[in-house]
Write a protein that binds this ligand. Structure first.
Ligand code: DGL
Length: 273
């Protein structure tokens, strides 16, 4: 077990990873956090796979050299479902990924009808399709690749919220009714938040749902994984600190204010990209 506070790098294409970061901080309040938003590459959802792998390897090389983290959390489903094997092969630092919560969704769905709400990249991945094959037997799974929801979440953090109608049309495909051969009607009862940006919109998603469902946010499970890897906070440890880096440069006042709400200082140097 290490005697100094661990350094944890939390990485996303934008501000969505803050939804994972806030859970990890609850579990390891003493750690030193570096939050990296590769906002110059945002959104990742539409990138060609080989280009995105190359970008992630390149970004990570700079970040690991500059910050020497004890652990990297890829707080992005679009990146994790694609590049975790390549990152683990290239770097000795342990990586924790964020991937669609398909097993928990299958366990929690009573109607055996659940939806995976993600980016187009994540729903297209072999990794995601394999999770469905391995863990969702007996369930009807609707994969919904939203082209705009991550952009809407990011815009909301920049002080420009999307309209109710815009959000409703993005989530509408998640809500499915199926009439079985015996006449029973089953409805979607669980939706996974499989892009880390989506929990930023959770209150609005709940208010705009055509009917109530259980929304699954994987962040608490990721925080538990980090504690498994690094151990718990030692007794009597002092609170750590968190700073953020943006590949596109210093963000505006609304983002800085949002970051402060998450307990993160915004630093100027962009060390990657
Ligand atoms: N936050 C990222 C995820 O979890 C995706 C946002 C993007 O498209 O860049 O998938």
């Amino acid at each position: 077990m290490m005697s100094r506070a661990p350094r944890i790098l939390v990485f996303d294409s934008g501000l969505g990873g803050l939804t994972v970061f806030r859970e990890i901080v609850r579990a390891r309040p003493d750690a030193i956090y570096i939050y990296m938003a590769d906002d110059a590459g945002f959104p990742y959802g539409a990138w060609r796979e080989p280009d995105l792998v190359a970008r992630l390897l390149d970004q990570m090389a700079g970040l690991i050299a500059a910050h020497e983290p004890d652990c990297v959390v890829i707080a992005c489903n679009t990146a994790s479902t694609l590049a975790l094997p390549a990152l683990r092969a290239r770097f000795a630092t342990p990586f924790v990924g964020t991937v669609p919560a398909i097993k928990p969704a299958a366990e929690r769905s009573r109607s055996r009808l659940f939806s995976v709400l993600a980016t187009p990249g994540t729903v297209a991945r072999d990794y995601t399709r394999d999770l469905v094959r391995s863990y969702a037997g007996g369930c009807d799974v609707t994969l919904v690749g939203s082209t705009r929801l991550a952009v809407m979440a990011e815009a909301q953090m920049h002080g420009e919220p999307a309209s109710d109608a815009e959000i409703s049309s993005e989530i509408a495909p998640c809500f499915v009714s199926i009439a079985d051969s015996d006449g029973t009607v089953r409805r979607t009862d669980v939706v996974t938040l499989s892009c880390t940006h989506y929990p930023l919109l959770l209150a609005r998603l709940m208010a705009l749902s055509p009917w109530p469902v259980t929304w699954i946010d994987p962040a608490p499970a990721i925080a538990r994984r980090v504690v498994q890897l690094l151990g718990p906070s030692p007794a009597g440890s002092l609170p750590g600190e968190a700073s953020a880096l943006f590949s596109a440069g210093v963000p505006g006042p609304s983002v800085r204010q949002a970051l402060a709400g998450f307990g993160v200082d915004c630093h100027t140097p962009a060390t990657a990209g």
